[in-house]
Design a protein around this ligand. Structure first.
Ligand SMILES: Nc1nc2c(c(=O)[nH]1)N[C@H]1C(S)=C(S)[C@@H](COP(=O)(O)O)O[C@H]1N2
Ligand SMILES: [Mo]
Length: 393
């Protein structure tokens, strides 16, 4: 199956992606609940998705529920460029990645990488802009609420093992840089639209090159045949259709690294001196009930994640944050990078109740009540913004 993008549409998308760093998306702000899925993700569960655009699909908050793992059919999609054609997953083991910045640089096929060993890690994949809709300053970009995030089981070869097999990381390399496999149309400077991200080289401790997602080959839409997974780091650093992995002395010159995904005050443009969207922060949200409930015992459920340090606890408030009660985690602990579903049964009287959750991680970080606005609306983890008003009666 080949996905064909009409030329006009493609140019439109590429043009808008190129301007993303300048805080202009140009994409229409139509969000459809249970809308029609674009062809390349027609296999997803339309009833659980909000279609913002063909390249941005969000999981409905209620559908997130108390799921330990996000089914692939419900996982959000965020493409800066249209996905490559299905041809690249026709012969997965033949996919080649060039590996640079090691003692013996070269190219390896996925088949060869699989011989270097494998590890499985459960990690939250979350877009930097998840929660953007909860800011008041109308930050440009997709108006993600809670659904640009999922908890995913990834299997692949540790980046450490790949570096070792090629003689080790070369001297003075301080970044791990991944390049996406999208084709760059002729005439455009690659750095303007290429999805190429650099993370501090220390992240290689937990990073893997993944070929399996939730126990199946990574779907093309989620970065198959091979994806760089940097557990604990925001979505953008998890480069899909990885075609190059390089240990580098400098950050990528790509706009998506230099000016994109930079946290700065509202009204300021992006530049390399500002913090980059790397490590995720502690966060939680309630997934049910979201609108109404019957009086009496109500089962309040939600999801909590620690970021780069495991989530250790989560409290729930039914009175807008005046009082808090410790909620109970459900299911097994799947490691520091996974989220944990939680539940609290509360006795609720008739009336409107503001339900909120507040998580803490192993570093002792707790979600703040409010979160300072920033130009692009990144990283919101304030508990008040994520609270829901539920009518009980
Ligand atoms: N090659 C490539 N990798 C990419 C992107 C992309 O557009 N191209 N988008 C990034 C962003 S911003 C996010 S949030 C995640 C989204 O992953 P998903 O579509 O599998 O949910 O992939 C990241 N990796
Ligand atoms: Mo993202």
């Amino acid at each position: 199956m080949t996905t064909v993008y009409p030329v006009k549409r493609r140019q439109f998308l590429i043009g808008s992606a190129g301007l993303a760093g300048a805080a202009v998306t140009g994409l229409p702000a139509i969000a459809q609940e249970g809308g029609k899925l674009p062809a390349y993700v027609a296999w997803k569960d339309a009833g659980d998705m909000i279609v913002h655009t063909d390249e941005t699909l969000e999981t409905m908050r209620a559908a997130q529920g108390d799921a330990l793992v996000t089914p692939s059919s419900d996982l959000y999609i965020r493409n800066n460029l249209p996905a490559p054609s299905e041809e690249i997953v026709a012969d997965r083991d033949a996919w080649e990645v060039s590996i640079e910045g090691v003692a013996e640089p070269g190219s390896m096929t996925l088949g060869e990488l699989k011989l270097l060993g494998s590890e499985t890690v459960v990690a939250v994949l979350q877009c930097s802009g998840n929660g953007r809709a909860f800011f008041d300053h109308e930050a440009s970009g997709s108006q993600w609420a809670t659904g640009a995030a999922g908890n995913v089981i990834w299997t692949g070869v540790p980046v450490r093992a790949v570096a070792e097999a090629l003689g080790g990381v070369a001297a003075d390399m301080v970044f791990l840089t991944g390049t996406g496999g999208e084709e760059i149309p002729e005439g455009l400077p690659p750095e303007s639209i290429q999805v190429e991200r650099s993370v501090p080289v220390e992240a290689m401790e937990q990073a893997i090159l993944a070929w399996d997602m939730n126990g199946e080959p990574v779907p093309l839409a989620h970065g198959g045949p091979l994806r760089l997974i940097v557990p604990g780091y925001y979505g953008v650093n998890n480069v899909k259709y990885l075609k190059r992995l390089a240990f580098t002395a400098e950050e990528s010159p790509a706009a998506i690294q230099q000016t994109g995904y930079r946290v700065r005050p509202v009204g300021v443009s992006g530049d390399p001196s500002q913090p980059s969207m790397y490590e995720m922060s502690v966060k939680s949200w309630i997934t049910g009930p979201l609108e109404d409930a019957e009086t009496g015992e109500v089962r309040i459920e939600g999801l909590a994640m620690g970021g780069t340090s495991a989530v250790t606890g989560v409290e729930v408030s039914t009175d807008g944050g005046e009082s808090w009660q410790e909620a109970q985690f459900l299911g097994p602990d799947m490691g520091p990078y996974a989220w944990r579903p939680f539940v609290l049964v509360a006795d609720l009287d008739a009336g409107t109740h503001t339900l909120a959750s507040r998580a803490t991680n192993g570093n002792g970080d707790t979600q703040p009540e409010t979160f300072e606005p920033n130009e692009r609306g990144y990283g919101h983890n304030g508990w008040r913004g994520h609270a829901v008003d539920v009518t009980v009666g």
